[in-house]
Structures are given as C-alpha cells and as structure tokens.
Design a protein around this ligand. Sequence first.
Ligand SMILES: Cc1ncc(COP(=O)(O)O)c(C=O)c1O
Length: 357
Amino acid sequence: MSRHTIARIHQGALQHNLRRVRELAPDSAVVAVVKADAYGHGTAIVRSGLADADLLAVATVGELQDLRAHGWTGRLLLLEGFSGVEEYQQVLAAGAEFVVHHESQLALLRQRPQTDALPIWLKIDTGMNRLGFQAQELATLTAEIRQLNQGRTPVLMSHFACADDPENPMTSRQLRCFQDARADISGAVSLANSAAVISAPASHGDYIRPGIMLYGISPMLGEQGSDRDLLPVMTLSCRLLAVNQAKAGASIGYGARYHCAQDMRVGVAGIGYGDGYPRSMPDGTPVLVNGRRASLAGRVSMDMITLDLSDHPDAQVGDEVVLWGDGLPVEEVARGAGLIPWELVCGVTGRVRRELV
Ligand SMILES: Cc1ncc(COP(=O)(O)O)c(C=O)c1O
C-alpha cells in the first residue's frame, strides 16, 4: 500500500495571498521570497502561483539556477549575495540581481565591475547585527557602487528583527536609523518582510519582501493566517496505516513516552521525522482525522506517528490524517510544539510528494 504522504499545494491560495499583500502595500513592488524551495512548497508552484510577483528572491545560487530551470524569466534577487568569483559569475550568468552586504563582496566588484547594469542591492545593518554595512557608511558606499555599476544608484535595503511584535520599539528604531542614513540619497528602498508589511506601513517603500504570508501564514505573534485574510497554501496529509486497540496502562511508541489512561483506540499514521514532521512534537499535538480533531499520542518515529483515536470510533485504515493546513492552522501546531511555522513548512522533506491543486 502506498503511504499517500502528500503536501497539497493550493495555487489559488497563493494567488489570493499575493493579492492581499498588494492590498496592504499598494505602492510597493513585491519581491516574493521563495528561498528554501519556496518555504518547502516546491519551486514548481512559482510559475503559476507567483507569476504576478515583480521579483523573486532566494538565498543560494543553486536556488537561482533552479528557478531559471523552472522557466522563471523575470527579475531575480540573491538575498545574501555571492561568495567568491565562481558564484559571482554564476549569478551574472543567471541574469540575477544581488545584495552586497560585506566588504569581501565589494572587493570582488572592484576587480570585476558589473557590466550589465542590473540594480545592485546595498544592505545596511540598522540594528539586527546579522548582515549589512554600518549605516554611517551608506553615502560613501552608494557613491562607490554607482561608479562600479555604470552610474546606477543601488537599491538600499535593511532587515527588521522584531516586526512580528507591534509593541516592540525596535522596528521604529531601525526605521529611523535607516531613514537618517539615507536622507540625502535618492535611490529606491526595501525593508519590509511579511511582518512589516502588516505592522509597519511606514517601512513599505519601493520594494517589500514578503515570504511567509504569501504561503498563508501570519508572521505576527499569536495569530493565524485567517486573522489577516490569508489562505493556507500547504495542506500536509497522510493516511492511517493501522488502527489498534491498546489496554489501560499500556505504553505507546519509542521511549514508552505515552501511557494509556484507559483502553483506547490507537491510530498509526504514515508520516514521521523522515518526512519533516518533527520528532519534538509533544503528546496532544492536534491533527485532523477525517476532518475532525484527534491528537498525537507517543513519540514521532521516522516514518510513523501514533494517535489517540478515542473520539474516532469509525476511523479506519486508509482514512486521511491532516497534520496542518486547511482546517488546522500550522501556526497553532507550531506554537504547541515550541516551534515557528517557518520551520514546519520548510522542513517537509523531499520524499513527500507535492501535489499542485
Ligand atoms: C532578507 C530577507 N527579506 C525578507 C524575508 C522574508 O521574511 P518573511 O518570511 O518573514 O516574510 C527574509 C526571510 O527570512 C529575508 O531573509
């Protein structure tokens, strides 16, 4: 029997979410972030679901090449830029734009200036202390990049650390830092990830860079996509492989973590950490069996999970089990496990078939 472990990818939902993004930031171009295999959804969706995006952004050169191989002919952005000559050449060959955030990249550009005058994206660090030049270097660097890129002003960008929490003053501090640094520079700007698209309209600027919200997931703490009229794009499901009866006092699964308080029905479903369903999921994690809630009972194995089917007297082998997606927000599942939804969707492994709906 085939396992039927499937991630259904709803292209209509993706298109809907992109429209929602545009409603929230009507004056900005949309850089759709599709790194990590479109956040685990599969790059194949990009052509149909994100055909209307203004640019696509990824993290690695391999991802750039993959998108070109999938037929994307539009603008592409490499968010972390290149490391080394070989990657630089590959980025140019892919006709992609890139971020410059470090002196080592600038040094390479000085040796081999851009010849095709695509925009270069210059990243400054406004307080996250991850990637980017210091804000006070912005004017000098902008002038130098203009020289290296046929007079073209770079797109000025930065990234927020705490925009998922509207109460956190960090976002306005970062925005002020950015605005002060670029006061006398007329170039286009890009700051907003999904959370800032929602919570910091003042940061929208010329290009927004949403990732997670395109997939129907709210980036805001404590929320779910439906709170923002977003539709889940991925529904991860599998089937029941067995339904057994366990006696009161019996334990279930590895480590005998779960103990049956009474006689109960136990379902065994065909998904595990080998598919990206994390081993750290606690007992009680919700799933849907035939559209109704049941819960995890016992440690996640590589290929299987065990479920408390006490309230599902009719469930039988072959029935559908939904792990997250339509009817079961991935945000809720992640929260209960002390994870973030980004981790769950990105973690779905290659052996799970992506089925475009
Ligand atoms: C530079 C940059 N911009 C935008 C995004 C998109 O973020 P989100 O998925 O939270 O919208 C990311 C994702 O990590 C990023 O690294």
